[in-house]
Write a protein of this length. Structure first.
Lengths: 240, 163
């Protein structure tokens, strides 16, 4: 017997193979898709980051001593009807109890100015450059709008809308959305205010007497009392 | 014919040959399946380019050799310290094992073993073997000569495998 025959004989009766071509191809296809998804996400993040950096105002003045001075992006307010990415879970899909009659575009501009005034009062050492960029979304059934503002690159977010719940139902509303020990409801100037804290984040939700619901969320830089003052500010209303 | 169909057809026609070659290289059917899977995945990734090659079989064979040589270099293949001596078969007593071509191949270093498999199982010429292993023809000849010498040393004259 020569070596070739011996090798052929040694491999003459192979056991059934465990190689599954279909599974192999499916796995490879999944890997490729995942690779594309990761690459696409990374590319999109780089592009978005580049655009945000490019749109930062070149010569904005920073106040001395301010821990996190709110820097304002110079975006134009978008037209009404766009969907905002800043829905914080406050929206339930129900229309507000009291319909908002003001045009969303007018409302966004007015609220931007009002928020500028409120922030200037609360942060006297900081320069706020109007107009504040607003993100606007139509509420269900056309009964008003939802407006959100990002300040200081998203370190402070303020959202306003017509509330779907009454003052009496606010505590039940809180219980359904906030069951953690870090969440409490206090009264400020006769208005219920929900204060929710987590690591590095404080959120305050106030229900105004006129039915406006204001949420102010800060990721560092602002203390709880400042957020409460912003949330309960009478000027921040969707029922002027 | 779609790309996928062409790939399936090629794999269907060559899977058995690849597995057998891998088995002769590593001496273990499970590892042979692993090596073959590695080759097939790599081939699938580069199928568009590979399918246009003139010598696709040579390309897959070379991938198989690389996969096996890489496997031999893995950290768990290296020596490890143990508090117990491993059990070894008594040398020279088992006639069947001595005559088994796999146990004879197992005594060879990886590249010499690869030379014998390519020359005698895949029926490649010296030049093709040299190309597959990425070395000179002289190296292939010397590897083959030394490998056969080692095999002969493990055989007695008159054994069925006496070359």
């Amino acid at each position: 017997m020569d070596l070739t025959q011996a090798m052929l004989a040694a491999t003459d009766n192979p056991p059934p193979t465990s190689i599954d071509i279909d599974r192999l191809m499916t796995g490879e296809r999944r890997r490729t898709h995942r690779l594309y998804a990761v690459t696409g996400t990374a590319l999109a993040a780089v592009l978005v980051g580049g655009i945000v950096v490019a749109q930062q105002p070149a010569g904005h003045v920073e106040a001395p001593g301010a821990a996190h001075p709110p820097a304002v992006a110079s975006e134009e307010p978008p037209s009404c009807g766009i969907s905002t990415q800043m829905d914080d879970g406050l929206l339930s899909g129900k229309p507000p109890l009291r319909p908002v009659t003001e045009s969303c575009f007018v409302g966004a501009g007015r609220l931007g100015d009002a928020l500028t005034t409120v922030l200037s009062d609360q942060l006297p050492d900081t320069t706020i450059t109007p107009p504040l960029p607003a993100e606007i979304a139509k509420l269900v059934a056309g009964d008003g709008y939802f407006t959100a503002f990002r300040v200081a690159g998203g370190d402070l977010e303020v959202r306003l809308r017509g509330s779907e719940t009454t003052t009496a139902g606010f505590d039940a509303w809180r219980a359904s959305r906030c069951l953690q020990a870090t969440c409490r409801v206090e009264q400020h100037d006769g208005q219920p205010v929900l204060i929710r804290t987590s690591t590095g984040t404080v959120e305050v939700v106030a229900l105004h007497a006129d039915g406006t619901m204001v949420s102010a969320l800060a990721r560092g830089g602002l203390v709880e009392q400042q957020l409460v003052s912003i949330a309960v500010a009478p000027a921040l209303t969707v029922y002027p | 014919m779609t790309t996928e169909q062409a790939y399936r057809e090629y794999v269907g026609a060559n899977l058995d040959r690849l597995r057998r070659t891998a088995y002769l290289l590593c001496g273990d059917w499970h590892l042979a399946d692993d090596l073959t899977s590695t080759v097939l995945v790599k081939l699938l990734r580069h199928w568009k380019r590979a399918s246009e090659m003139e010598h696709l079989d040579a390309y897959t064979r070379r991938m198989l050799l690389s996969a096996w040589l890489d496997e031999r270099r893995r950290p768990w293949r290296r020596e490890s310290f143990t508090d117990r001596l491993p059990e070894r078969p008594a040398a020279g007593l088992d006639t069947d094992q001595r005559l088994d071509v796999l146990s004879l191949l197992a005594r060879l270093p990886p590249r010499r073993r690869a030379v014998l498999v390519l020359r005698y199982f895949c029926d490649l010429s010296v030049a093709e073997t040299a190309q597959a292993l990425g070395c000179s023809e002289g190296t292939v000849k010397s590897h083959a000569a030394r490998a056969l010498e080692t095999l002969r040393a493990g055989l007695k004259e008159g054994d069925p495998l006496w070359i």
